[in-house]
Design a protein around this ligand. Structure first.
Ligand code: C5J
Length: 233
């Protein structure tokens, strides 16, 4: 059974009982003119996670681990968008307002799509979620139970918001979570570091933290130095 070096200690993973969840790698968070920018953030900070995420997704696919993608966003009529959330951005830059990538954080708009570099395969579920956590008001848990998953590999953006909320939700539901630090990113480097430290603190209170190279080396021994690794990294 593959054993991945991690904080606070090694974690054994049965690939047949694992799933990868890639959180919110959407144009709305990573490109100018979207929701992330509307909240006043420097969206270029998230780009560091794209190549590691691509390699992580390739690794999971090669290892036969199911890949699930999430997107944060709302119905076009905004009936699932709490007023408290909408009113947190300035008028003209709120959820539902028009922007360069269509209406901000609205399903079906260009900005809501996952970035092309990390496009899901046709057989990979995409979970649309109205909140920060991927379990809140979605069928993610049902899908994971049907897959027989008991360990979740978690990546995406932002580390301290949707990644962290999802890991906390998963931990409370009995899933072991391994967060891949280089495949996550935040608009705030300090928050990224603190969020990862919180996951593995106190003996792994929310889960484990490792990186993509360590995971790949454990899951695909002998393959992790091939040209694909170098190309994608
Ligand atoms: C945020 C997210 N940061 N996907 N959403 O609002 O982390």
């Amino acid at each position: 059974m593959p054993v991945i070096p991690a904080d606070p200690g090694p974690i054994e993973i049965d690939p047949a009982r694992a799933a990868l969840i890639v959180i919110d790698m959407q144009r709305d968070f990573l490109e100018p003119g979207g929701f992330g920018a509307a909240l006043g953030n420097d969206v270029s900070r998230l780009h560091a996670a794209v190549a590691p995420c691509a390699l992580l997704i390739a690794t999971a696919r090669e290892a036969g681990i199911p890949v699930l993608h999430t997107r944060e966003g709302h119905r076009p009529d905004l009936s699932d968008a709490p007023r408290a959330k909408v009113e947190r951005s300035p008028p003209g830059m709120r959820i539902g307002d028009p922007g360069p990538m269509g209406r901000i954080l609205v399903r079906g708009e260009p900005g809501h799509e996952i970035i092309p570099d990390l496009a899901p395969l046709p057989n990979e579920p995409v979970i649309d979620k109205p909140g920060k956590g991927a379990f809140y008001q979605t069928d993610l848990e049902l899908m994971l139970r049907n897959l027989g998953a008991d360990v979740l590999l978690v990546a995406g953006v932002t580390t301290e918001v949707c990644v962290h909320t999802t890991v906390r939700e998963a931990n409370d539901r009995g899933f072991r979570c391994l967060v891949l630090r280089d495949a996550c990113a935040s608009y705030f480097p300090d928050f990224h570091a603190a969020a990862l430290a919180m996951v593995s603190a106190q003996g792994g209170i929310f889960g484990w933290v490792s990186d993509v190279a360590a995971l790949r080396a454990a899951l695909l021994p002998g393959l992790h130095h091939d040209s694909r690794t170098e190309d994608a990294a």
